[in-house]
Design a protein around this ligand. Structure first.
Ligand code: 5AD
Ligand code: FES
Length: 366
């Protein structure tokens, strides 16, 4: 395709918010750096329309690295005997929230492996305590595949959001990344359950995971356009030395930020993080992510003693810094590229918040 044709695909995507599978493949496979520059301009314009210069912070609390699953890409997979396993107590988790609250966070993400110790009852108790102590904060869970009843119990205890990446929307590819105990069908069931309960749902995928093709990424985009999640987290695949994918190549920054750009055009109001993995493959990866249309950053609130133990991939950044250091580092980085940290729950934009001013349209949420 000629470059002008790729640009027109970007224009079609902006107006129609989706493409045919063949057009998705062409866009993802054949774009040039000039096309990417154009995409990022459009993505920034759209993001500005709904969110202005705001970047939302979510405080990430990695509360357990025990995992019963064995995903081939993941450093904390159950069969990695070299991981030093840890669990935070409810008190430690609440202490992380308190530190975060003092630093201005109003949104907490509790992420962990699928750890059987954290039964439905224990998670409910943790969520209830956070909800009681911090009624003005959003509580996000990211703890994997659970039965409908557990998702409902967490929601009733006060959780409002749930992150569960689909990883890849192609069955065959899913089978190359996971053991047979995990299925795309169940992943989709979980996402549907979460949405039906009323959670704000986040999904996402890795860019450049082993065996991934442009067709697979096209399928990811079709899946996301159809699911319409409120949040989408994507980051480059990065190998971990103690996994079956130790010798595979990382995903690239260029393709990851390109996918962030197309996500912004597909879901204009979505919350898209510039992920730690993106910051790991390039020292300004998160900045490039924000400049490609992302609007969330998730600094780490986990106690420094456990951070290195939550290694999903090699060379993860921010494992030596205190929460306050990350908080201030990230704010400086955000300001340097012309954006502003916003201290609130960071709910998704909705058209009711959009005000038609004199010539400008902006978001009025505080
Ligand atoms: N490289 C990049 N991302 C990874 N994740 C897990 N392992 C890796 C890796 N090696 C991502 C998965 C998961 C999220 C919590 O982290 O997409 O859903
Ligand atoms: Fe953690 Fe920069 S954000 S050190």
């Amino acid at each position: 395709m000629k470059p002008t044709d790729i640009k027109s695909l970007i224009d079609v995507l902006e107006t129609q918010r989706n493409l045919s599978k063949a057009d998705w493949v062409t866009l993802i496979r054949d774009h040039t750096p000039q096309d990417a520059t154009y995409l990022f301009e459009r993505a920034r314009a759209i993001r500005k329309l709904y969110y202005g210069d705001a970047v939302y912070l979510r405080g990430l609390i990695e509360f357990t690295n025990y995992c019963r699953n064995d995903c081939y890409y993941c450093g904390i997979r159950g069969s990695n005997r070299k991981v030093s396993r840890y669990r935070l107590s409810e008190e430690q988790i609440l202490q992380c929230c308190e530190t975060g609250y003092q630093l201005g966070f109003r949104s907490f993400v509790l992420q962990g492996g699928e750890d059987p110790f954290f039964t439905e009852e224990r998670i409910v108790s943790i969520v209830r305590s956070i909800r009681k102590n911090y009624p003005d904060c959003a509580i996000t869970l990211s703890i994997g595949e659970k039965p409908f009843e557990s998702y409902l119990a967490y929601y009733q205890a006060g959780a409002d959001r749930y992150l569960l990446r689909h990883e890849t929307a192609n069955e065959e590819h899913y089978g190359k990344l996971h053991p047979s105990s995990l299925t795309l069908k169940n992943r989709k069931r979980c996402l549907q359950d979460l949405a039906s309960i009323g959670y704000q749902v986040g999904t996402g995928f890795m860019v450049g995971s082993p065996y991934q093709t442009p067709e697979n990424l096209a399928e990811d985009m079709l899946f996301i356009a159809d699911l319409h999640p409120q949040m989408v987290g994507i980051g480059p695949f990065i190998p971990h030395c103690e996994t079956p994918f130790a010798n595979e190549n990382s995903g690239t920054m260029d393709l990851t930020v390109f996918m962030i750009g197309v996500l912004r055009l597909t879901l204009p109001m979505s919350l898209i993080p510039a992920t730690t993995a993106l910051g790991t493959i390039h020292s300004f990866g998160r900045e490039y992510g924000l400049l490609a249309g992302a609007n969330v950053v998730m600094p780490n609130l986990s106690p420094v003693e456990v951070r290195k133990k939550y290694a999903l991939y090699d060379n993860k950044i921010c494992t030596g810094e205190e929460a306050a250091e990350c908080r201030h580092c990230i704010e400086k980085r955000i300001n340097r590229i012309g954006y502003k940290v916003v201290v609130n729950r960071g709910d998704p934009a909705s058209s009711q918040f959009l005000v038609q001013g004199t010539g400008t349209t902006f978001c009025t949420k505080s």
